[in-house]
Design a binder for this molecule. Structure first.
Ligand SMILES: NC(=O)c1ccc[n+]([C@@H]2O[C@H](COP(=O)([O-])OP(=O)(O)OC[C@H]3O[C@@H](n4cnc5c(N)ncnc54)[C@H](O)[C@@H]3O)[C@@H](O)[C@H]2O)c1
Length: 561
């Protein structure tokens, strides 16, 4: 297990003014390897997906639990209920959308490409700038380098309109644009887990060196530690006194990026008092604001903190329910029923309360580590010490999924064939940054399993990062002759698999549902042995939690169904 642990791609690196909130409307938010021969006795191949299949909808870990409604809009403002909606009686000045504004977007990755396309969709003339020539070339011919539903259509439409173009030449944007959105990456720094700000610095310094138009506004959207904007603002004003900086953090979710950009829950503007930035931002977002999106106008530090605080809260909620799954395993309880029950409490809510193999991606893990690193620098490390535990629970869910697979196969995966369904860190994305699914697949391969991975969108990215894993072109190919099948990303394609049809392709009817994405009864009725974390099942809790081996009699069993 210790060898396994070292394989996980991201270990925690930690040890153990004048705020003005004036907001507008108070809208409540809402590869390839040949297929193995069929298993002995297999019958004619049957389709593995069934459109007529009655499987109820299942939700991703960051979505609502099934059988529950949406989070309820909360009525009142006492502390254990909702926060007040800001400025509900403040009338907004009627900003007409100034489509004459010229917008540059620096960094055209997941965030920047979406932002550039959506700004053009709103009617602005937009140039996306990136240092990655291959990315710029693809975007310029209407190819989105990432999987993001709806984005390519909008990209092509806006390229054709002439409002959108891309460049690798900073001099084409520096003096041209009225507003520069900085959307470059802020990855985890090696060593202390803090945010690596070199790309943000390079983007801003590149603009300053190329020369900015008088009265231009630079708007940071990247996720940065508190204090970053103040430092950048000082550099900018020393070099270009009439250029302002604002911080406008981004909350989009991959898979829903277009909609989240055009219809965000809220807009947060971190500005300096008395400047022109707020009015300019209101002009850029006029259509969004007019549609009722609340605006919070605040200072730099608060705007920076809003983003990391939101991600810290979401990460904590996921790790909370995964910690409950650990307890359910040793107590013989059912974490799904527990989550559903506590989620009915409107103060808790059911979203982000789905147990599973934890969170990953390019944001939550690195953001909670950077947040802790910054708190340490500020002398407030104790305030965020709990985030180290949130991170530990999250990584433990991956170890537990490996242990569950081992236990389901009688104690070892060496020499066994595993079909892994899912590589992306979440469905509807090809993002494999810190993906729990690939971490688990790699750990199992390191223990000697023959692992074949299939994902509807993320295989090209996965192949680059994990070249030694085998990849399949379909779910059926991935599970062909497998001793166990693991569902590790809750794509709709996997949720709607027909267990009876799939059975004829596998060597062993063992299903490990890492995301509680499947209908257990349906899989069991079709003849599969169903395994998941946090629910009564055929494996023993002692297999998952070595420290639970000494539990009193009657506890520590996952048997019962
Ligand atoms: N991906 C998300 O869902 C999401 C959501 C909200 C916030 N964010 C934040 O947005 C930022 C970007 O995230 P991402 O996922 O888009 O990253 P990404 O790695 O997909 O994109 C970053 C882009 O910046 C480019 N770049 C680097 N240096 C540059 C420079 N000097 N000038 C111009 N371009 C440069 C890179 O080539 C790359 O294309 C991060 O701070 C992230 O935390 C991301």
């Amino acid at each position: 297990m210790t060898d396994t642990l070292r394989l996980f791609q991201t270990q925690p690196t930690r040890k153990g003014g004048d705020t003005v909130i004036r907001s507008s409307a108070s809208t409540p938010s809402p590869d390839e390897r040949p297929a193995a021969p069929p298993a002995a006795g297999s019958r004619e191949a049957a389709p593995t997906t069934a459109a007529e299949d009655p499987t109820p909808p299942v939700f991703s870990q960051d979505e609502a639990l099934p059988a529950l409604g949406q989070d309820l809009a909360l009525p009142a403002f006492d502390q254990d209920r909702a926060l007040p909606t800001f400025g509900q009686d403040l009338a907004l000045p009627a900003f007409g959308q100034d489509r004459a504004l010229r917008i540059a977007v620096l960094g055209t990755g997941y965030l920047g490409a979406t932002h550039a396309v959506c700004m053009a969709e709103l009617g602005f003339t937009v140039i996306g700038y990136d240092v990655d020539a291959a990315k710029v070339e693809r975007l310029s011919v209407g190819e989105v380098p990432i999987f993001e539903p709806g984005l390519e259509e909008l990209l092509r439409k806006n390229l054709e309109s002439g409002r959108l173009s891309f460049t690798t030449d900073v001099s084409q944007i520096a003096r041209w644009a009225d507003v520069h959105f900085v959307c470059v990456g802020t990855p985890q720094r090696a060593g202390d887990g803090g945010a690596d700000l070199r790309y943000v610095d390079a983007a801003v310094d590149g603009l300053i060196a190329a020369g900015l138009a008088p009265g231009a506004l630079i708007v940071g959207k990247s996720t940065v530690p508190a204090g970053t904007a103040a430092g950048l603002a000082a550099r900018i004003s020393a070099a270009a006194p009439d250029v302002e900086l604002a911080w406008n953090p981004e909350f989009l979710r991959e898979g829903f990026a277009v909609d989240d950009t055009l219809r965000p829950d809220r807009l947060v503007f971190g500005v300096t008092p008395g400047g022109a930035a707020e009015a300019r931002l209101r002009a850029v977002y006029a259509a969004t604001i007019e549609a009722g999106t609340p605006v919070v106008v605040t200072d730099y530090a608060t705007a920076e903190l809003v983003k990391v605080a939101a991600n810290a809260f979401l990460a904590t909620k996921i790790s909370f329910i995964n910690a409950m799954a650990e307890i359910c395993d040793v107590a013989g309880a059912d974490v799904l029923e527990l989550a559903t029950s506590i989620g009915y409490d409107a103060r808790i809510g059911n979203r982000f309360l789905r147990p599973g193999i934890g969170f990953g991606g390019g944001c939550l893990p690195k953001d909670i580590r950077a947040f802790q690193a910054r708190a340490d620098e500020l002398g407030a490390g104790a305030s965020l010490a709990f985030l180290a535990e949130v991170d530990a629970v999250n990584l433990r869910a991956r170890e537990r999924a490996v242990a569950l697979t081992r236990a389901a196969l009688g104690g070892s995966v060496a020499g066994r064939r595993l079909g892994v369904l899912g590589a992306a860190f979440k469905p509807n994305s090809d993002d494999i940054r810190d993906s729990p699914a690939l971490d688990i697949a790699a750990a199992l391969a390191a223990e000697g399993a023959e692992v074949t991975v299939y994902d509807p969108a993320a295989i090209p990215n996965a192949r680059l990062r994990y070249p030694t894993l085998a990849y399949a072109a379909s779910a059926r190919e991935a599970v062909s002759a497998a001793d166990a099948t693991l569902v590790l990303t809750e794509w709709a394609e996997f949720r709607t698999l027909d267990p009876a049809a799939l059975l004829v392709h596998v060597a062993g009817p063992v299903i490990i549902d890492g995301r509680h994405a499947l209908d257990e009864r349906r899989w069991r009725d079709a003849g599969w042995t169903y395994h998941s974390l946090g629910r009564p099942g055929p494996t023993s809790a002692a297999d998952l939690l070595p420290e639970a081996a000494d539990l009193p009699k009657g506890h520590g069993t996952r048997k019962g169904r």
